[in-house]
Write a protein that binds this ligand. Structure first.
Ligand SMILES: [Zn+2]
Length: 244
């Protein structure tokens, strides 16, 4: 085994190289990264190396050999698969690592994200839904230092940026959202998809799943004429045709 392959071969299903492949397959079958779209990157908590899914790979067929590995200090590739190019998302992933202290980033071409980007203007909003509690508020408990989640009564806001011809061209607008939405853990790209990050791959996965659930719910509410960010009980006004 070559020295670079040591970075990707492990019997541990939680090893980044194995975990990224497992999650890409799950996300493929969730219609989040079909047609080679989307991608995942995670930082190995043991080595601090960045593991990155390549460009143009069929996500359900990806193997550890397909992954790039990067030194988080020098940003040099420690391992590059011969068959593939680095993902065009790599600069965006690096921005999330460096500016948001992310431990993992998930990028999907979720249809729920795309549809919400057509309905909402510059910000996705949904309020008073139990699943919002899965999303971090961006604030930390001063005593325990633990992340504080949004409450049931909060409004989740996710910025929407415009798509570009190439994914790496999204970088300037991504940086703007870091300034304008310092507490967000996600950015929707109009007519494209979504980027979600978290301190660990497990957290990023939970945030991504919860946000996708909320976007799907928002689309169903919108179809019924209910504003997704309406107050508790206000839906009665919008649904009066269906009530006595
Ligand atoms: Zn994409």
């Amino acid at each position: 085994m070559s020295s670079s392959d040591v970075l990707i071969h492990s019997d541990d299903p939680r090893h980044p190289a194995n975990l990224i492949c497992t999650l890409c397959k799950q996300f493929f079958y969730n219609d989040w990264c079909t047609g080679t779209g989307g991608g995942i990157s995670m930082r190995d908590p043991k080595t601090n190396y960045y593991y990155l899914a390549p460009s143009g790979v069929q996500k359900e067929q990806m193997t550890p050999e397909d992954l790039f590995v990067m030194d988080s200090q020098t940003l040099e590739y420690l391992r590059s698969p011969k068959l593939y190019k680095p993902s065009a998302c790599t600069p965006l992933f690096l921005a999330c690592y460096q500016k948001k202290n992310a431990g993992a980033i998930i990028h999907t071409h979720s249809q729920n994200a795309v549809m919400c980007s057509l309905i909402f203007d510059d910000e996705f909003r949904i309020a008073n839904i139990e699943q919002i509690k899965a999303i971090p508020s961006g604030k930390f408990d001063p005593v325990t230092k633990k992340s504080i989640a949004l409450s049931f009564f909060d409004t989740l806001k996710i910025p929407i940026i415009e798509n570009m011809a190439h994914e790496d061209e999204l970088i300037d607008d991504l940086h703007k959202t870091f300034t304008n939405y310092p507490d967000t853990c996600a950015v929707i790209v109009r007519r494209h998809g979504i980027f979600v990050w978290g301190p660990t791959i497990d957290k990023a996965k939970i945030f991504n799943e919860a946000i996708d659930y909320l976007m799907e719910l928002a689309l169903k509410m919108y179809k019924l004429g209910i504003p997704p960010d309406c107050g508790i009980g206000e839906e009665k006004e919008h649904l009066k045709l269906y009530r006595k």
